[in-house]
Write a protein that binds this ligand. Structure first.
Ligand code: 2M8
Length: 447
C-alpha cells in the first residue's frame, strides 16, 4: 500500500469510529425507559416509523433494546390492527408536544389501547425492520421476539390492505399527510388545497415545534391549520374507516407507504419461515401490491411513481423522492427499475457513484424547491437509507456506495441532525435526531 493510500484508509477508519461513537451517544441520550424519542426537544414521545428505523440501528449495538423498542410500539396497536403514529408518554406535561393526547382523544375510539395514542398511522416499515434486527443479531431471543411480533405485523398489513383500501385497487390510502412521514412534501400540496382551513384557527393553539426549530425550517401555519382540520374530521368519525371516500377531505395513495407495504410482505415471508408459518401467501400479496403500484401509481410519461389523489382520481404532478421509493420492491418490472434509476440519477435528485451534493427530498430543479423547509427540499437520512437499500436490492453497488458515502459524510460534517441543507450540507431541525444516528450505524456496518 502506498503512503497516501494508507493515510486514506486510516482517515476512513477514523471517520467511521467517530461516527459510531456519535451515533451511539445520540441513541443512548434519547432512550426513555422503554422506547427512544426521536428528539428530546421536538418529538418527546414515541413515533411509529422512527422506532422501526431506530431498532435497525440498535440491533448493531443494543439488540435487547431494539426488540424492546418494537415491543413497546406494538403494545399500543389498536384492535383493528393499526399501529398508531404516536404513542404518548403519560409522564410528560400537557403541552410538551402539539397536538398532544388531549387533542387526539384516542380513549373515545373503539378498539384503542389503554395507552393514549394518535389515531393515524405511518409507513409500515416495521416488518423489514424486525427482519433486519433478527438478521443482524440472530439468537433464541430474536426468534422468540419474531414469534411474538409476527401476528401483530400481519394484523398491521391486514388493516392497511383492508380498511384502508379506499380506492379498491389493492393499495392503502393515507388520510393525513402525517401518515406519509413526509408531512409538508410538495406531493401533498394539490390534495391539501381541497381541505378547507383558515390559518387563523392556529391562534387557538400553541405550536410546540416552532419553539424548538426555526419557523423557516418547519411547515407553515396554513399547513398546520389543514393538519388540524384533517385530524378534526377523522376524530369526529372516531377514527373509523367505513365510508371515508364520501366524507374525508384527504385520501391519497402514497408510493412510499405502498412500497413499504409490499416490502413488508417479502419480509413477512422470511419471518414466516423462521416462526413456522406459511410464507406463500405473503409472497403472493407482495406480487399483488407490486402490480397494483405499477397499475395505479406509475406515470409512464414522467418515468416515475406519483401519488394518486383519490378525490380527483388523478396523479399528483410534483416529482418528489416518494416517487423513487417503489425501487425497494425486488420484483419491480425492469422498465420501471430503469426509469426510476434514470429519475434518481437526473439533475432532479443527483444520485451518482460519486455524489457532489446530498440526495434532496424534492426535485432540485423545481421552481418551488425550498432548501431549508423540512420535506420540501432538504436531505434526510431515512429517505437516503431507503434508497440505498433499494439500490442494493437491484444490485447497483456503484450507486449504493456513492449514496452511502454521501450520507456518512453529511453526518460526519454536520452531526446527527434531523435534516440537512441539500446544497451546503448544514444541519437543520433537531441537532440530536435518533433515526439519523440509527441508520448511520446500519450504513457503517455494511460497507
Ligand atoms: C415529523 O412529523 C411530526 C408529526 O408526526 C411533526 O412534524 O411533529 C415527520 O418528520 C415524521 O416523519 C416523523 O416521524 C416525526 C418524528 O420524527 O416528525
Amino acid at each position: 500500500m502506498t503512503g497516501s493510500l494508507a493515510a486514506g484508509v486510516r482517515a476512513g477508519a477514523e471517520r467511521d469510529a467517530r461516527l459510531r461513537r456519535l451515533a451511539l451517544a445520540t441513541l443512548d441520550a434519547n432512550w426513555e425507559h422503554d422506547h427512544t424519542v426521536p428528539s428530546r426537544t421536538l418529538y418527546p414521545h414515541q413515533w411509529s416509523w422512527d422506532s422501526a428505523f431506530i431498532a435497525i440501528g440498535l440491533a448493531h449495538v443494543r439488540p435487547d433494546r431494539a426488540w424492546r423498542e418494537l415491543r413497546t410500539l406494538f403494545a399500543a396497536q389498536w384492535v383493528d390492527g393499526r399501529v398508531p403514529h404516536i404513542v404518548f408518554n403519560p409522564a410528560l406535561r400537557v403541552g410538551a408536544y402539539f397536538p398532544g393526547p388531549e387533542f387526539w382523544d384516542s380513549a373515545r375510539a373503539d378498539g384503542a389501547p389503554a395507552a393514549a395514542t394518535s389515531g393515524i398511522v405511518q409507513p409500515p416499515v416495521h416488518a423489514p425492520a424486525a427482519w433486519l434486527v433478527h438478521r443482524r443479531a440472530p439468537s433464541e431471543a430474536s426468534v422468540a421476539a419474531l414469534r411474538r411480533l409476527y401476528p401483530r405485523l400481519v394484523a398491521q398489513q391486514r388493516y392497511l390492505t383492508g380498511r384502508r383500501d379506499v380506492g379498491g385497487g389493492g393499495l392503502a390510502a393515507i388520510v393525513h399527510p402525517w401518515e406519509s412521514g413526509l408531512d409538508n412534501s410538495p406531493a401533498w400540496d394539490a390534495p391539501l388545497a381541497a381541505v378547507p382551513a383558515d390559518e387563523a384557527v392556529m391562534r387557538a393553539y400553541r405550536r410546540h415545534d416552532t419553539a424548538h426549530a426555526a419557523a423557516t425550517q418547519r411547515p407553515t401555519d396554513l399547513d398546520y391549520a389543514r393538519y388540524v382540520a384533517l385530524v378534526d374530521a377523522y376524530r369526529a368519525g372516531r377514527y373509523r374507516d367505513e365510508g371515508l371516500l364520501g366524507r374525508h377531505p384527504f385520501l391519497v395513495e402514497c408510493p412510499l407507504v405502498n412500497a413499504a407495504l409490499g416490502v413488508s410482505e417479502y419480509a413477512l415471508a422470511r419471518i414466516a419461515t423462521v416462526v413456522g408459518a406459511d410464507p406463500g401467501p405473503h409472497r403472493d400479496r407482495a406480487a399483488r401490491i407490486t402490480e397494483a403500484l405499477v397499475t395505479r401509481l406509475w406515470d409512464p410519461l414522467a418515468g416515475t411513481f406519483r401519488p394518486r389523489d383519490l378525490r380527483t382520481d388523478r396523479l399528483v404532478a410534483a416529482r418528489t423522492v416518494l416517487g423513487l421509493m417503489p425501487l425497494a420492491l425486488p420484483d419491480l418490472p425492469e422498465p420501471q427499475v430503469r426509469a426510476v434509476l434514470a429519475e434518481a440519477c437526473s439533475p432532479r435528485f443527483g444520485l451518482a457513484a460519486r455524489m457532489d451534493r446530498p440526495l434532496p427530498t424534492y426535485d432540485r430543479t423545481a421552481p418551488d424547491f425550498e432548501p431549508l423547509r423540512y420535506w420540501r427540499g432538504p436531505s434526510w437520512v431515512n429517505t437516503g437509507w431507503l434508497l440505498w437499500q433499494a439500490l442494493r436490492t437491484h444490485r447497483r453497488a456503484d450507486l449504493a456506495a456513492g449514496l452511502r458515502e454521501s450520507l456518512l459524510d453529511l453526518v460526519d460534517t454536520a452531526g446527527c441532525h434531523e435534516y440537512f441543507h441539500p446544497d451546503t450540507g448544514a444541519g437543520l431541525g433537531s441537532p440530536a435526531f435518533s433515526w439519523t444516528a440509527a441508520l448511520v450505524l446500519d450504513a457503517l456496518a455494511d460497507g
